[in-house]
Design a protein around this ligand. Structure first.
Ligand code: SF4
Length: 325
């Protein structure tokens, strides 16, 4: 796909663990993910805790080495250079972490924090650094005075704005947003989301937006992918996704979203109760990894892992309910 900025093929990230029986096992945190992200879109990657979405992000950032698979960014195979990524690649792909309290150095001033990517990537001349930092702070709605403060002296929302400013300082093309508002007070979440969406348009950015909040994706994502136990189980354009959710797990997640109006309630899938528990990622059951919790399972589901299928154009699902008869 030539409008893709990122193509991920059969990506696996496994971590070795010692099992109680003395043998070695693996946590299959990411287990065969295929995903493409188009230039200028907001790709929403949604999953419960432990689904592997953050591991996927950190593998993309080069923080974990993939066990298998390929990641191609702007035509360049970035797995091949993961041990020593080029400066251009590091500049082009930035990340904003969930907790700005731990992702920013509290001993530094905000000026020092934002100056570092400007210097490393030679964005401006030394004489223009202060002016540039002031203009980046303005982008995230902070006044130039903030450059003399430290992260410890400002609130959580402002710290996340500084983390976003640091990512923007490198002039990136692609930003991974790893649950960027979930550690923040509810009162500030909407402000940060609105700001991110305005920046995306203004700076022509592409986002991989990682979240457990499926309802948030309805308003901001171009496409949505659902991750469960290391695999993507459904992926579609946002309108199709919310209008016609196909995978039983997606329907379960959607049916649990609280709504405020009768109109929204009418649009929700009927309440789907989960049965069973999420299996351990060290001991994923054979067949469909969701089958122990699925009320629609058949015999086939406990034997064969379903393939991802394009059921309607652009709408993919991994479930035996949609196998060609
Ligand atoms: Fe349920 Fe079977 Fe579909 Fe898995 S493959 S989600 S168990 S119906």
């Amino acid at each position: 796909m030539n409008d893709s900025i990122l193509i991920i093929e059969n990506l696996k990230t496994y971590f070795p663990v010692n099992l109680p029986n003395g043998r070695q096992g693996f946590v299959k945190a990411v287990d065969g993910v295929n995903l493409s992200v188009k230039k200028g879109e907001v790709m929403g990657l949604v999953g419960e805790s432990g689904s592997g979405k953050s591991t996927l992000a950190y593998t993309l950032m080069g923080m974990y080495s993939p066990t298998e698979g390929r990641m191609v960014f702007l035509g360049q195979d970035i797995c091949a250079v993961s041990h020593k990524r080029s400066l251009t690649l590091k500049k082009d792909i930035q990340i904003v972490f969930q907790d700005p309290g731990s992702s920013l150095n509290r001993q530094q001033t905000i000026r020092q924090i934002i100056e570092l990517p400007l210097r490393v990537h030679k964005i401006v001349k030394k004489s223009e650094v202060d002016r540039k930092i002031a203009s980046i702070l303005q982008l995230v709605e902070l006044s130039p005075d903030y450059m003399y403060k430290s992260p410890a002296s400002i609130g959580g929302g402002e710290r996340q704005m500084v983390a976003i400013a640091r990512a923007l300082a490198a002039n990136p093309r692609f930003i991974v947003l790893d649950e960027p508002t979930s550690a923040l007070d509810v009162s500030i979440q909407a402000k940060i989301i609105n700001m991110l969406m305005q920046l995306q348009k203004k700076q022509e950015l592409t986002y991989l937006f990682i979240t457990h909040d499926l309802s948030l994706m309805r308003n901001i994502a171009t496409r949505v992918a659902i991750m469960y136990l290391g695999k993507i189980c459904e992926m579609a354009e946002t309108v199709s996704f919310f209008k016609n959710p196909l995978h039983p797990y997606t329907r379960m997640l959607l049916s649990a979203i609280p709504v405020v109006s009768e109109e929204e309630e009418a649009l929700k899938p009927k309440r789907v109760l989960s049965t069973g528990e999420i299996p351990s990622p060290v001991n994923i059951p054979p067949g469909c990894s969701f089958h122990l919790r699925c009320r629609e399972r058949s015999r086939e589901c406990s034997i064969t892992d379903p393939e991802m299928r394009e059921v309607v154009p652009g709408h993919f699902v991994r479930c035996h309910l949609y196998d060609k008869k």
